[in-house]
Write a protein that binds this ligand. Structure first.
Ligand SMILES: Cc1cc2nc3c(=O)[nH]c(=O)nc-3n(C[C@H](O)[C@H](O)[C@H](O)COP(=O)(O)OP(=O)(O)OC[C@H]3O[C@@H](n4cnc5c(N)ncnc54)[C@H](O)[C@@H]3O)c2cc1C
Length: 241
């Protein structure tokens, strides 16, 4: 069970300009950096889908952010006119990044058997991971959604390649491999992140998730760690650990 059900999220991306913002004043739009708008999952409503679970959409690099809009080399021209055109476009940049849940699969796993060791004697992980038909169907609706949004915003599309999904691991939201559950045959941890087989071992990180969901994981990891440590303290007080 340990090492199995590695879950990530499937993502696509599109980059565009919003021409209505061309030439507006350059402002400091860095904010907290990166993402400023989040569109929560909506597909639990409305028509029945041809896939399970869902996705949310992150909007990154909107407006005049440091590092946003890697487009300058694609702008035609030379000299001062080229610089003016790059500056004119700068405040109008938008990126759309849907993130969707990948169904947990037993064969998506991390193993260390027979792998070489690193310089500290820790075995290197070997990762087997793939996405399936459900994720590709979901990605289709991600593209429909992104195209609809950009069309309604009268966007000039810079990069959008229908059918392409981000390479595995690019969502950087890894979960699973030590999943929680009530049944020790189907899970490594109980609902308090305590190992079924070793009762003084608690695993309080993203590996406890039975599935990745489409959401950013950190706040949930923190909430579960908090709950696990409350439980641990209680068990210590009672003398059961
Ligand atoms: C660039 C980036 C941006 C992200 N942005 C967001 C975001 O905006 N919102 C969000 O919710 N999530 C975000 N995430 C995901 C989030 O950071 C992770 O899901 C979360 O940190 C996972 O927590 P964890 O405790 O499971 O693992 P980690 O935070 O990776 O902790 C694992 C720890 O184990 C230590 N470790 C590893 N091997 C050993 C060893 N052999 N011995 C001792 N210690 C060891 C590591 O040093 C590390 O401190 C982002 C991730 C990345 C990479």
């Amino acid at each position: 069970m340990i090492g199995r059900y590695l879950c990530e999220q499937v993502r696509i991306e599109a980059k565009a300009f919003l021409p209505e913002l061309f030439g507006r004043e350059t402002t400091n739009d860095d904010g907290i950096g990166g993402e400023h708008i989040y569109m929560p999952r909506f597909n639990h409503r409305g028509k029945k889908r041809d896939y399970l679970r869902g996705f949310g959409v992150q909007f990154w690099g909107i407006g005049c952010q440091a590092g946003a809009g890697n487009y300058a080399s694609s702008v035609a021209g030379f000299g001062p006119a080229l610089k003016r055109e790059i500056k004119r476009r700068y405040p109008a940049w938008v990126e759309v990044h849907p993130f969707g849940e990948v169904l947990p699969r037993r064969d998506n796993q991390v193993t260390v058997e027979g792998t070489p060791e690193d310089q500290y004697g820790v075995p290197l992980p070997k990762i087997a991971y793939s996405i399936g038909e459900n994720e590709h169907r979901m990605a289709n609706e991600m593209y429909d959604t992104v195209e609809m949004l950009l069309h309604e915003a009268k966007a000039e599309i810079f990069e959008l390649e229908r059918g392409r999904t981000g390479r595995n691991g690019s969502a950087i939201h890894e979960h699973g491999t030590c999943r929680m559950g009530d049944d020790p045959k189907r899970s490594a941890l109980n609902k308090f992140n305590q190992m079924h087989r070793v009762n003084n071992l608690f695993v309080v990180d993203g590996s406890a998730f039975p599935t990745a969901t489409e959401k950013n994981p950190t706040l949930t990891i923190l909430a579960m760690a908090w709950r696990a440590t409350d439980y641990l303290a209680d068990q210590l007080r009672k003398g059961t650990l």
